[in-house]
Design a binder for this molecule. Structure first.
Ligand code: ADP
Ligand code: MG
Length: 747
């Protein structure tokens, strides 16, 4: 396009300069001859000078016309000279001469286009472009022109030959055809444009037509297009190679221009591959972007889904925890989709299970504690009653004994007194059991070997259980010592064996075992009531009826019995329990209905290795005396009984039922008072305070305290100093005689 525009400009410059030349010639002739020659002569000289001039292959010539429209010079067709062509129109109806005159008049020169005759060509339809310039001396205008077709074909020829020479790559060249198939450039050569492509390559015209059809289609595509086909190469005209070309249409020239590469050319191959690759990359990129968008969409949906799921699970959890705070309902793990949350749920359920376990265990402990409290309060109650009751029994037995002294045993009174005494003793037995349960039994602990103690009792036990029941005795080897009152072991064994006998319907076996046992902290944590340490085990088992859980729950309670009225008192196991507790031991029971029962009693090991087992001294006759004793006791019955006992033993007794009276008697008494024997617990003042009041009046006054409570209890309440003399109520005359002598004889 650039070349074409350029050449038209050059053409216009060319004809303009031709006209300037002619003008210069004419002007020169005129000026040289103006003075000497006539006007007509000068005009003739100008016409002669310009008429023969031809250019552009003879198609270029000069013409001169008068401003009146009369032809002066028409070099190509002189016959037209002298004619007025003012009204002449060209084939397109244009007044050619009139237009030129207009230009010549003003501005004096210029270009004009029209259709005209052509030298050596028939017809008058040749588009022409002319330049005219006014020649003032003769009112002429001089002009010349060129035919557009000529100019274009010249430009085209130049262009096509330039295009035909362009090469690129190994076999690259341009080709140009007209839209109608006329061949202008192909295979590196310029053609006249008179033959169609298929008239040049005549081997297979149909194939060539098909190829041209593709070129034409590509040329019609805005921006051009690629075509694929086979074509001969530049250098080997007999062999075709696959080729791809780009074809571009130029409608204003009716041209299609193309350039191509052969596909078997390596570079081409690479280029094409690159093109293809670029294409593929582009399409892949589109695909990829599509996929990414798709994936993002999916992810969005997935995460949305996931988060809703998660929210659901979390809500589920929250509601579970809300409920779990109040109830034991476990979380339903089937509804949970996330492994991690499921794990959490498992832990939560374990936690709940643990909580339940703890609550159970707590429940058990609470029951045990309740049981212990119940036993404690029942014990206190029983102890309280038994204590007073015991005092009364002491009075009854005491007086009965005194009365029996002065009544013949064979007399009716003597006989009655004996009955009273035995009933009082039986009552004292029951009371003693209650006191044992309440741990208020008067005891005389001794260090002893349980094996020896049990062996000493076997005879009695065999009598108790009868002939139909076997008694098995299995003493533990190297048994440790215990320190306790042997009579309490009697009590426990008798009660346990009687129960075992009662549990065995017909024939069976009772087994007594001893052993050593050591409990650590871990064991004791699991066994309520036990304390870590070393123990001696005393076990009594039977293969009898066993117990129901309800019985097991209550069996240590006083007065709990499953036996018929008159057969059981319900005090047996209560006694055992109290004794065990009093000796800082503990008791376990295992029982299964129809299988049997075993009671295991653990008694603390006595830690003094050197402790001696003292044999009971043989009973000595009542020790008597003649000293004066101040006896203080707020219970009048006991005061009276004790006074009688002491007087019988030879002592002088000053009896007082209050501390005030005791102090008065002490002060008022003329002679010496050798011993103060006083109750410990009294309404106004306790025995110790009384003693402390009297001591200044008589330093060295001997003192003996008495109480219904054990020395331990009294000492525990801080009422008695360590090492002072003490006697437990109720006491027999023998006990009293011995104790009083012991205190008086002490130096
Ligand atoms: P009692 O023997 O007067 O009934 P206990 O305190 O000795 O009172 O016993 C309480 C209850 O414990 C008994 O009534 C009985 O039901 C049960 N019991 C005690 N020992 C055994 C045993 N060895 N076998 C089965 N039951 C027993
Ligand atoms: Mg019993």
């Amino acid at each position: 396009r650039n070349e074409k525009a350029q050449s038209e400009r050059l053409t216009r410059e060319k004809i303009q300069s031709r006209v300037y030349e002619a003008y210069a010639i004419a002007k020169n002739i005129y000026e040289r001859n103006q003075a000497s020659e006539s006007k007509a002569k000068i005009q003739q000289m100008i016409l002669d000078a310009l008429r023969p001039i031809r250019f552009e292959n003879g198609t270029g010539y000069y013409f001169i016309t008068g401003l009146d429209g009369v032809e002066v010079l028409f070099a190509d067709r002189p016959q037209m000279e002298g004619m007025n062509l003012l009204d002449m129109q060209d084939t397109h109806g244009q007044y050619v001469i009139k237009d030129m005159i207009e230009i010549a008049k003003a501005p004096g020169e210029g270009f004009t286009e029209y259709y005209w005759t052509k030298p050596a060509s028939a017809g008058n339809d040749f588009k022409k472009i002319s330049f005219v310039k006014r020649f003032e001396p003769f009112n002429w205008f001089i002009g010349t022109g060129l035919y557009v077709q000529d100019v274009e074909s010249q430009v085209n020829t130049k262009l096509l030959s330039a295009i035909s020479r362009i090469r690129f790559g190994k076999d690259g060249y341009f080709f140009v055809n007209r839209f109608n198939g006329d061949t202008l450039v192909t295979n590196g050569r310029v053609f006249s444009g008179e033959k169609k492509l298929w008239e040049i390559f005549t081997d297979n015209p149909e194939k060539i037509k098909t190829i041209f059809g593709k070129e034409y289609q590509a040329a019609l595509t805005p921006g051009g297009d690629f075509i694929y086909y086979s074509w001969i190469k530049l250098n080997s005209s007999d062999e075709e190679s696959p080729k791809t070309s780009f074809v571009y249409g130029i409608p204003e020239f009716q041209w299609l221009v193309g350039a191509g590469v052969y596909l078997d050319d390596e570079e081409t191959h690479i280029t094409l591959m690159q093109l293809e690759l670029t294409d593929r990359i582009k399409s892949k990129l589109h695909e990829f972007i599509g996929i990414i968008i798709g994936i993002i969409g999916l992810f969005y949906l997935f995460f949305n889904f996931l988060s809703r799921r998660l929210q659901k699970d979390i809500d589920f959890f929250i509601s579970f925890f809300n409920r779990a705070a109040r109830s034991d309902e476990e979380i339903n793990r089937e509804n949970i989709k996330f492994i991690e949350l499921d794990q959490m749920a498992e832990y939560a359920n374990e936690m709940l299970a643990e909580r339940r376990q703890t609550e159970e265990e707590r429940e058990k402990l609470r029951m045990q504690l309740n049981q212990a409290r119940k036993m404690e309060s029942v014990g206190r109650l029983a102890g309280g009653v038994a204590h007073d009751f015991n005092n009364m029994l002491g009075v009854i037995t005491g007086y009965t004994e005194l009365a029996m002294d002065s009544a013949a045993p064979e007399s009716p009174i003597g006989h009655a007194l004996k009955q009273i005494l035995s009933a009082a003793r039986r009552s004292a037995d029951i009371t003693r059991q209650l006191l044992a349960f309440a741990r208020k039994q008067t005891i005389a602990p001794k260090v002893l070997d349980l094996n020896e103690t049990v062996e000493g009792m076997l005879k009695m036990i065999r009598r108790l259980i009868g002939e139909n029941i076997d008694l098995a005795w299995s003493p533990g080897a190297n048994l440790w010592l215990v320190r306790m009152d042997p009579s309490q072991i009697d009590q426990m064994l008798a009660n346990l064996c009687v129960n075992a006998r009662d549990a065995i319907a017909d024939v069976g076996r009772v087994t007594i075992e001893t052993d050593t046992a050591t409990f650590d902290k871990a064991y004791c944590a699991d066994h309520a009531g036990s304390v870590p340490g070393e123990y001696v085990l005393l076990a009594v088992s039977d293969d009898g009826s066993g117990m129901t859980p309800e019985t097991l729950e209550n069996l240590f309670e006083p007065f709990f019995t499953t036996k018929e009225v008159g057969k059981g008192t319900g005090l047996g196991l209560a006694t055992v329990y109290g004794i065990v507790k009093q000796n800082n031991g503990f008791i376990n029971v295992y029982s299964e209905p129809e299988k049997g029962t075993i009671f295991k009693i653990y008694l603390p090991r006595h830690d003094s290795e050197a402790a001696q087992i003292r044999k009971n001294a043989p009973a000595a006759p009542d020790a008597t005396g003649s000293e004066t004793i101040l006896l203080v006791e707020d219970e009048p019955a006991i005061l009276g009984m004790a006074t009688m006992m002491l007087e019988k033993l030879g002592y002088t007794v000053l009896g007082a039922s209050t501390t005030g009276e005791a102090i008065r008697l002490f002060r008022g008494h003329g002679g010496e008072i050798h011993l103060l024997m006083t109750d410990v617990i009294m309404p106004e003042m306790n025995g110790r305070d009384l003693a402390n009041k009297l001591l200044p009046l008589h330093p060295g006054l001997k003192r003996l305290f008495m109480s219904g409570y054990t020395a331990d209890v009294i000492a525990h309440h801080g009422v008695l100093d360590q090492g002072v003399h003490f006697i437990q109520k109720p006491f027999s005359r023998q006990d009293l005689a011995k104790k009083v002598r012991e205190v008086l004889d002490e130096t």
